[in-house]
Write a protein that binds this ligand. Structure first.
Ligand code: IVH
Length: 660
């Protein structure tokens, strides 16, 4: 057991401190498991410094306060190169030297702690508190994986070190994602998350948060002879304590200032947040000469980065309508500098988000830019409220077209229901002309852009009024292609009711459902008049879909477009009520790999026309898996479940006339 403990500790050191593991995670797990098993068999032989003891302790009622062995100082800040030069001038003057050796370390944005190791074993740790007394968070610190419970080598009898506990950006994002799903309030940033996690009375919660730590100072270590901060950091590492790797030593301040610029550029790449550079006089003898003023050392300065958060005021909240008709509230703010750029707009995502954060027009808010992402509002500063702030509500009418806005129960997004809303007309036309719908060949995306941008087409009905002159007037459209397009449009006048219904782009009405509706209602008029109650009676139509269809036709502009289309001579062959079962009735297909010259959409339509259905993933309900070239994991799954596998050729036979 002793040997296992030592080996595991050594591997932890290689992993967390040297960043150079020599065994796989799997091998480590095996060793760790073996030690746990032995400890379970021989509980008397468990030592408190065993690597297995990173489990914390029973919940506390409150934290004890402890006086720090060495007071924890704070740092003076510098916000630009001028202030750093000023710091350097003072240092040079006091030391009577031209050039100082500095060491520069990232300023980790977490929370400061001080730890005590006695006889090499972790004894106690506390938060910074007021610098003199802090809260005893020993059991929580014990759960931090990179922090050893026992030091390596031959450390002095008592070692006091300080450092920064932090949460990685990755863990922070995952934590907030989980909290969002569970409806719990989100943490504003990794630092708050780290603080909230370290100050948990129940250390099992802390443990689950996967906190990390970097040590950056030795408070006291009688007997250890370090002459500089650089040596001290090397010493920390040799004892197995994790030290940040982005640390450099410079002659003269200019190089440190240059390092600041370099690190700021790389800030995004690091998986932990840093808010600046700490520049320290390297020599301990010189540090001693310089001493401290009040609670900050004269030998160090925090050279901050451009803040990624700032405070400003929301002047208004406006609504943007996206290409799919989704309404997005956007805050218009007093312009403010965040992370080096001016910010005056920030998305508020949706009404729920606004309600959750309780953001109001007139509020003072904290905005942030994390990396390159769009600025976002972290929270309102409620203390600054005057009572004149106004709550915002998503409008009932679309701000772009005045169309009816509908928000489905259980959905966060509100949408404009007018298919001809200028915000989404391009999408509407593309969908209407697509293969599964009206199948208008030659009406590509670029052409749709032009027709809409030039104001030639405002609704899908306008397509049927296009003339040759309209088309040849467009950029790069030759007469030949114009004629072809007009023919294709004309051809689409004779279609099926199912394709037409699908082409309208009613939310939740896909090709299959359009077919079902066409069969059930037989005419577009009957569908238009159907009530929610009528609709839910149809097999496969639930309340959500029924509401969506009803909402669509309740928007008068949509009804108008349908009437216009009919006036343009659109005619549907009566959809046959399917009486005789189709040859593939009830059969479920899944496709994997590419089907040579046949498009997936066409294959799907063929199957459906013969009464079958197409699923997107393999399950027990599937009858056939059709395998094309380069099949994916669906094929493996099909084999696992023993589902009939059909080659491309066989499939083509099944759906062709000869095959039946
Ligand atoms: S040295 C006397 N080094 O910054 C020197 N501090 O105001 C004391 N911090 O909350 C601090 N990274 O926790 C030092 N590499 C670093 C640091 C660092 C982050 C924090 C520290 C304290 C604040 C100092």
């Amino acid at each position: 057991m002793r040997r296992l403990r030592e080996e595991i500790r050594e591997h932890n050191y290689r992993y967390y401190v040297l960043d150079a593991p020599v065994i796989s995670d799997r091998e480590w797990d095996t060793m760790f498991r073996r030690l746990q098993d032995l400890e379970a068999m021989y509980p008397d032989l468990v030592t408190p410094d065993s690597p297995t003891q990173k489990v914390g302790a029973p919940p506390l009622d409150e934290f004890k306060t402890v006086e720090h062995a060495v007071p924890m100082l704070s740092l003076q800040n510098a916000f630009d190169a001028g202030e750093v030069a000023e710091f350097d001038r003072r240092v040079r003057k006091m030391l009577g030297k031209d050039r100082i050796e500095y060491i520069a370390e990232p300023k980790i944005d977490g929370l400061a702690v001080q730890l005590v190791y006695r006889d090499g074993v972790f004894l106690r740790g506390a938060t910074r508190g007021d610098g003199r007394v802090g809260e005893d968070v020993t059991s929580n610190l014990k759960t931090i994986k990179p922090l050893p419970l026992k030091l390596r080598g031959k450390p002095p009898a008592e070692v006091v070190v300080s450092g920064e506990v932090y949460m990685s950006k990755t863990d922070f994002a995952a934590l907030n994602r989980k909290r969002e799903q569970e409806g719990e309030p989100l943490f504003a940033n990794p630092r708050n998350a780290a603080a909230g996690s370290l100050r948990q009375l129940d250390s099992s919660i802390t443990r689950a948060r996967n906190l990390k730590i970097f040590l950056y100072a030795i408070g006291s270590a009688d007997g250890a002879e370090f002459k500089s901060q650089y040596e001290a950091l090397e010493g920390l590492k040799s004892w197995g304590l994790p030290v940040n790797r982005e640390i450099e030593v410079f002659e003269g301040i200019d190089a440190a200032v240059e390092f600041h610029a370099r690190l700021e550029k790389r800030r995004k790449e690091l998986d932990y947040e840093i808010d600046g550079l700490v520049i320290k006089v390297n020599s301990f003898a010189e540090q001693e000469t310089l001493g401290q003023i009040s609670r900050s050392p004269r030998w160090a300065i925090a050279y901050k980065f451009e803040p990624e958060q700032a405070t400003t005021v929301i002047k208004d909240i406006v609504v943007q309508v996206g290409r799919t008709g989704a309404l997005t509230p956007v805050a218009i703010m007093e312009p403010v500098q965040v992370g080096g750029v001016t910010v005056e707009r920030a998305t508020l995502h949706n009404q729920d988000e606004i309600d959750r954060k309780d953001v109001r027009i007139g509020d003072t808010v904290i905005v942030q830019r994390a990396g390159d992402v769009i600025p976002e509002i972290v929270r309102p500063v409620k203390e600054k409220r005057t009572g004149r702030e106004r709550k915002f509500h998503i409008p009932e009418k679309c701000p772009v077209c005045g169309g009816k806005v509908y928000r489905e129960p259980g959905e966060v997004v509100a949408r404009c229901t007018n298919m001809s809303c200028p915000a989404m007309i391009k999408q509407t036309i593309r969908h209407f002309a697509s293969k599964g719908a009206m199948d208008i060949d030659g009406l590509g995306s670029k052409l749709v852009d032009q027709l809409v941008d030039k104001g030639v087409v405002h609704t899908v009905a306008d397509l049927y009024a296009l003339t040759l002159d309209d088309l040849v007037a467009l950029d790069r459209l030759a007469e030949k292609s114009s004629r072809n397009l007009l023919e294709a449009i004309d051809r689409s006048r004779r279609t099926t009711l199912a394709r037409f219904i699908y082409g309208l782009g009613i939310r939740h009405v896909g090709e299959h459902l359009a077919q079902v509706l066409a069969e059930r209602f037989q005419t577009i008029d009957a569908l238009e008049k159907a009530t929610v109650e009528d609709l839910v009676e149809v097999d496969e139509v639930g309340p959500r879909v029924a509401e969506s269809i009803r909402n669509f036709f309740d928007e008068p502009r949509n009804k108008h477009v349908v009437d216009e289309l009919l006036a343009h001579g659109l005619r549907f062959g009566k959809p046959a009520r399917r009486t005789a079962p189709g040859p593939l009735d009830g059969k479920v297909f899944v496709f994997t790999g590419s089907l040579g010259d046949m498009k997936r959409g066409d294959a799907k339509r063929l199957v459906e026309a013969l009464g079958g259905a197409v699923a997107s993933s393999v399950s027990k309900k599937v009858d056939y898996v059709v395998v094309g070239e380069d099949p994916g994991s669906k094929l493996d799954r099909a084999r696992e479940l023993g589902i009939q596998i059909v080659a491309e050729d066989e499939f083509k036979k099944m759906v062709s006339r000869e095959g039946r």
